[in-house]
Design a protein around this ligand. Structure first.
Ligand code: SG4
Ligand code: ZN
Length: 268
């Protein structure tokens, strides 16, 4: 049954997702292990071009715990964010939401791995192609989505913006426990400085949503440079409850084979 999937093998774990969501057994699934030595350059790719409706890069949204990941859904009436460039060319994509995957311990947690190594967490900024009316309409189309992945590592740095989100999480401990608007508006640029740089190095490949229904509709853009998370911010994320009633952590899918897909890096 579609809503009962989880990350532990006892509750329709990842190897059983195909029973409820057949596309999860596809050949172009995400995440993958990014083998850096096999990443190629593509001369038609460029730097990422993000634009913010609000000049200070601020966004507003509502925070929810859907039992799988803490998720902030953008309130576009208070200012949107668009993505073009990179591997996307002139096609513009609009930010719908962002969410976090993380480990129960800090040695795992990211969905993508780099040369076999995991990070403690991975943030996903989910954009949809504005040729479509809405995220819902775009989600299943082959050119429908692009997701920017940002690694989080525990290295002593303090990200004030992540702190704002972490403190807000205590308001959405239980799944379907309603939503909460993080205090004030959020300057996305201070959360991920690389998002406003035209020179942020990234990896890119064609893949899927990393959860059921696993649509193969995502142009993945994984930033090379991680941002900093503190141990206590991760502890707050782990204090959320999952759909299963257990604590929400290790909400990452194991890596999938490339199956002939090309992995690119930028710059060359
Ligand atoms: C997380 O579970 C999000 O909470 C989901 O967002 C998201 O689903 C899912 O991850 C898959 O997205 O970037 N990891 S991913 O491939 O965006 C969708 C919601 O359920 C459909 C709103
Ligand atoms: Zn995700």
């Amino acid at each position: 049954e579609g809503s009962r999937w989880g990350y532990k093998q006892t509750v329709y774990g990842p190897t059983d997702w195909g029973l409820a969501a057949p596309l999860c057994t596809g050949q172009f699934q995400s995440p993958i292990d990014i083998i850096t030595s096999s990443a190629q350059t593509n001369s038609s790719h460029n730097g990422l071009a993000l634009t913010f409706d609000n000049t200070d890069g601020a966004i507003s949204g509502s925070l929810t715990n859907n039992g799988h990941a803490p998720t902030v859904t953008l309130d576009k009436t208070k200012g949107g964010v668009t993505l073009a460039g990179g591997p996307l060319g002139q096609t513009t994509f609009s930010l719908e939401q962002f969410h976090f995957h993380f480990g129960c311990e800090s040695n795992v947690g990211s969905e993508h791995t780099v040369d076999g190594n995991s990070y403690a967490s991975e943030m996903h900024l989910v954009f949809y192609n504005t040729l479509y009316e809405s995220f819902q309409e775009a989600a299943s189309k082959s050119d429908g989505l692009s997701v920017i992945g940002v690694f989080l590592q525990v290295n002593g740095g303090f990200n004030e913006w992540l702190e704002n989100i972490a403190l807000s999480l205590t308001n959405v401990k239980f799944p379907s426990g309603g939503s909460y608007s993080p205090g004030g508006s959020i300057p996305l640029a201070t959360l991920v400085p690389d998002l406003v740089s035209k020179n942020a190095p990234y990896y890119t490949y064609k893949g899927s949503l990393t959860t059921p229904p696993c649509y193969e509709s995502v142009q993945w853009i994984v930033l090379k440079n991680p941002i900093s998370v503190t141990k206590s911010q991760l502890e707050i994320m782990r204090s959320l409850s999952a759909t299963s009633g257990n604590s929400l952590c290790n909400n990452f899918r194991p890596v999938n084979a490339l199956n002939g897909r090309k992995l690119y890096k930028w710059p060359g």
